[in-house]
Design a protein around this ligand. Structure first.
Ligand SMILES: NC(=O)c1ccc[n+]([C@@H]2O[C@H](COP(=O)([O-])OP(=O)(O)OC[C@H]3O[C@@H](n4cnc5c(N)ncnc54)[C@H](OP(=O)(O)O)[C@@H]3O)[C@@H](O)[C@H]2O)c1
Length: 251
């Protein structure tokens, strides 16, 4: 167990895009750790647009004994997320951790990308991530404590041919991570950039078994993310790069 006595009490953890895939696995791993470490008592706040999915994940988290609630919200809606943040503060009094996981992709050749594809990806991955981070980082600055994870991608620093807009938004997220870190170091806030390669999640749609066999699973990302959070507060795991052992697929 990594956390020390003074850090054990309050863990209000907000996870965006927690209804499926990597976000769901992170929520369940926080809950699982709470059942293994009696002194670790997280309050999990799970958000996404699909109500039944996040409520079902919250329910599963509660089976581990964790406090978990679901809030249906769209991170591309800035005023809605601002209200959600205010509601969390009202209810819990603090936010200790934000996992910026919600993200979308449209994957096709450059020439086939249309304005709707562009606006859709930018609204969630760039605008939504920026304004939610801005709001919650303000809370953490006042607290002089916090941890923000960004689930970016290996596509935040490497190009993939079918991912022009996706890569653009992920490179942009990395720009935000690097800038935010300059502020975060001044106020005891940890920033972790998580860069996974291919993970088998609903984001990929239907996949043949041979492709699935060479991908990572969501829990492969969730376990190191939660361990990074549980490190002593004096230590910040700044970057995590995780790839399938055979390297990137869809080069
Ligand atoms: N899978 C991979 O290979 C891979 C690799 C590297 C990085 N990543 C990144 O990891 C993150 C999670 O990906 P995933 O593969 O787990 O995707 P996923 O299975 O499609 O899940 C994405 C989650 O985000 C939510 N979401 C999407 N847009 C949202 C919005 N505007 N507001 C609120 N919630 C939203 C979705 O729920 P609703 O649709 O109900 O809102 C869902 O719960 C993404 O940022 C992705 O770019 C994925």
């Amino acid at each position: 167990m990594y956390i020390n006595q003074t850090e054990m009490n309050k863990h209000v953890i907000v996870i965006t895009g927690a209804g499926k895939g990597i976000g769901k696995a992170i929520a369940l791993e926080f809950a699982r750790q709470s059942s293994l470490k009696p002194a670790f008592k997280p309050s999990l706040v799970l958000t996404a647009r699909t109500e039944n999915e996040i409520e079902s994940v919250a329910k599963e988290c509660r089976t581990f004994g964790a406090v978990a609630e679901s809030i249906t919200a769209d991170i591309s809606n800035t005023s809605q997320m601002s209200q959600v943040t205010d509601r969390i503060i009202e209810r819990y009094g603090a936010i200790d951790c934000l996992v910026n996981n919600a993200g979308v992709g449209r994957f096709k050749p450059l020439g086939e990308m249309n304005e709707e594809d562009f606006d859709y990806c930018v609204a969630t991955n760039m605008k939504g991530t920026f304004f939610l981070t801005q709001k919650i980082f303000g809370v953490m600055q006042r607290q002089q404590k916090g941890h923000i994870f960004f689930i970016t991608s290996v596509a935040a620093e490497k190009a993939f041919k079918s991912s022009s807009v996706y890569c653009m938004t992920k490179f942009a997220q990395k720009g935000l991570v690097e800038t935010l870190r300059l502020y975060a170091r001044e106020c005891n806030v940890r920033i972790t950039d998580v860069m996974p390669g291919a993970v088998f999640t609903p984001m990929w749609g239907e996949m043949p078994d041979d492709m699935k066999a060479v991908m990572m699973m969501p829990e492969d990302i969730a376990v190191p993310v939660v361990q990074a959070y549980l490190l002593p507060g004096r230590t910040s795991l700044e970057e995590l790069v995780l790839r399938p052992v055979g390297g990137d697929i869809n080069e």
